[in-house]
Design a protein around this ligand. Structure first.
Ligand code: HEC
Length: 150
């Protein structure tokens, strides 16, 4: 090989390298929107899953997970009163505000329930309203009966 063809080959190799580089850059640019699109889709899905996980399932006004009636402060009750025992102990019971208060005091004295602080009044508000003693001993009187003439 003489000097001239050697130079030419070197030049060709050089050009080849540049072409390859341009190709890679070009493909990368072409891919970018696609990769971006896929990435945004993945993020979107993740947010959706998080929303599903965070959103409590509520059916007919009942929090399905705990069985508690959904009302103001129910999440506080759910969090506080399920720490030691099944929340079913709460949903299966009913009492007056005083009754619930006594129960809390009893748990504090004998079951290591902590001082509920300002939350106690909120919890009692909820329990008094939603788990009051059931007044109807028997079925409710019939109403709006359409008597027909005999
Ligand atoms: C520090 C633990 C603890 C926490 C928190 C707790 N309890 Fe209790 N509770 C107990 C224990 C222990 C018992 C007795 C469990 C048993 O009988 O199986 C009990 C029993 C009960 C009972 C049944 C009482 C009975 O007469 O059988 C009810 C109702 C109750 N808890 C309601 C609540 C409510 C409402 C809260 C939220 C304010 C709460 N508990 C939070 C420990 C706790």
């Amino acid at each position: 090989m003489n000097q001239k063809s050697e130079n030419k080959e070197e030049l060709l190799a050089h050009v080849d390298g540049i072409v390859r580089m341009v190709k890679i850059v070009f493909i990368a640019i072409l891919m970018f929107p696609f990769v971006f699109y896929v990435a945004s889709k993945i993020n979107f899905d993740r947010e959706e899953i998080a929303a599903v996980v965070e959103e409590p399932l509520i059916e007919n006004g009942i929090d399905v997970e705990s069985g508690l009636i959904v009302d103001e402060h129910y999440e506080l009750v759910k969090g506080t009163c399920s720490a030691c025992h099944s929340i079913a102990l709460v949903t299966q019971n009913s009492a007056t505000r005083e009754g619930w208060k006594e129960l809390i005091v009893w748990m504090q004295k004998t079951q290591k329930l902590w001082d509920l602080g300002d939350n106690e009044a909120l919890i009692l508000d909820y329990l008094e309203k939603n788990y009051a003693p059931k007044k109807q001993g028997r079925r409710a009187p019939l109403k709006n009966i359409e008597w027909y003439e005999l």
